[in-house]
Design a protein around this ligand. Structure first.
Ligand SMILES: Cc1ncc(COP(=O)(O)O)c(C=O)c1O
Length: 369
């Protein structure tokens, strides 16, 4: 087997990201902002973003200004926007770099205005409204006044108005329709006042797929860009492709006698003579200390036994007598005809696929295909 010299790595299929972004453009029919915060959901900020832009994403959405500035330094041809809170002292940097900021609070907007003045360039802002999620956002009731006021702040240019959907992945629930009704009322008010800005956006991945009326002229998918489903109740169209595989190697294979303890505090004992492998993945890589973990070895599913250690864990390899040191072990991804999805791992860890991929360790090298 050809080695890449790594013992634990993430393979990112950039072709899958490009395919998914192209599909999101086709489905939505509007501009696409690829949401690439949190190191592009663990896929690697710069390379994943470049792939998204190559496939036609015209915006890149992040959570922290340093992520946006890193994208600007790469010279990617897409508008970067920080969707969350930014400290006012960074506003001049944002303006100078063309990074858009979310605004939802007058005091902070005023501070942005003062700082942006120092940059000698306008700071493009997107007014964020809380139409029901209970997170960031100005109240839409006096939203027209807020947008008017924002437009009067020196140094600020209102380029967009947006909101975020709390339950778009549960399309049968009424929440999204009531959020959109509040947003529509705000937009009607802005139209009447001649204040509608260039960009209107509301839809995350689930919103983009489930609520065509939420697409406006820009959609903000994150998880779907990476080919992962927004939730069990909101699967992706079947042709979307997961971009991420997570792999490690067998570091040892040996036969242990019956009654042998395995790992710290002996959470497993062999019940007969058993073939036990050691694989190079641990909780420091993001592999959780939870029961029921599995992996693929030579195309077969095997169980993790004993506790997960910091850098390694043990596999029960009785079903894979041909396993050898150096074999590739798949933790997420496909091997032969078997596969383990991020969604499956999420169920096992009682969390969501978002948290699985965002939680992959910083030390794990990302390898691009
Ligand atoms: C404001 C905003 N827009 C869009 C997204 C993308 O969401 P998703 O990954 O569900 O598509 C997020 C992510 O949480 C977000 O916070």
């Amino acid at each position: 087997m050809h080695s890449n010299g790594q013992t634990n790595w993430i393979e990112v299929d950039l072709g899958a990201i490009r395919h998914n972004v192209r599909r999101l453009r086709e489905i939505s029919g509007v501009e696409v902002m690829a949401v690439v915060k949190a190191n592009a959901y663990g896929h690697g900020l710069v390379d994943a973003s470049r792939a998204a832009v190559e496939a036609g994403a015209t915006w890149l959405g992040v959570a922290r200004i340093d992520e946006a500035l890193a994208l600007v330094r790469e010279g990617l041809h897409a508008r970067p926007i920080v969707l969350g809170y930014t400290e006012p002292e960074r506003a001049a940097e944002a303006a100078a770099a063309g990074v858009r900021l979310a605004v939802y609070e007058r005091e902070v907007a005023q501070a942005y205005s003062r700082c942006a003045g120092q940059a000698g360039q306008p700071l493009f802002v997107h007014a964020k409204f809380d139409t029901g999620m209970g997170r960031l956002g100005h109240s839409p009731q006096d939203g027209v006044e807020f947008v008017r006021w924002l437009g009067g702040q020196p140094g600020l240019q209102v380029e967009g108005v947006f909101t975020h959907l709390a339950e778009a992945d549960e399309p049968h629930k009424p929440t999204t329709l009531s959020q959109l009704a509040r947003f529509e009322a705000l937009l009607a008010g802005l139209d009447a006042a001649g204040l509608r800005p260039q960009y209107i956006h509301a839809a995350n991945s689930a919103g983009t797929l489930n609520f065509p009326q939420a697409r406006y002229n820009l959609v903000r998918p994150g998880i779907a860009v990476f080919g992962l489903q927004p939730s069990e109740t909101s699967p992706l169209p079947p042709d979307f492709r997961p971009a991420l595989s997570w792999k490690a190697r067998l570091a040892s294979v040996k036969m242990l006698p019956p009654g042998h303890g395995i790992g710290y505090n002996f959470k497993y004992f062999t019940s007969r003579e058993e073939r036990i492998g050691v694989v190079t993945v641990g909780y420091a890589d993001g592999f959780r200390r939870r029961p029921g973990n599995q992996a693929l070895v030579r195309g077969k599913r095997v169980n993790v036994v004993g506790g997960v250690c910091m850098d390694q864990c043990m596999l029960q390899l009785d079903g894979v007598p041909e396993a050898q040191i150096g074999d590739e072990v798949v933790l997420i991804g496909q091997q032969g005809s078997e596969s383990i999805t991020a969604e499956e791992v999420a169920r096992r860890w009682e969390t969501i696929d978002y948290e699985v991929v965002c939680g992959l360790g910083a030390r794990v090298p990302r390898v691009y295909r």
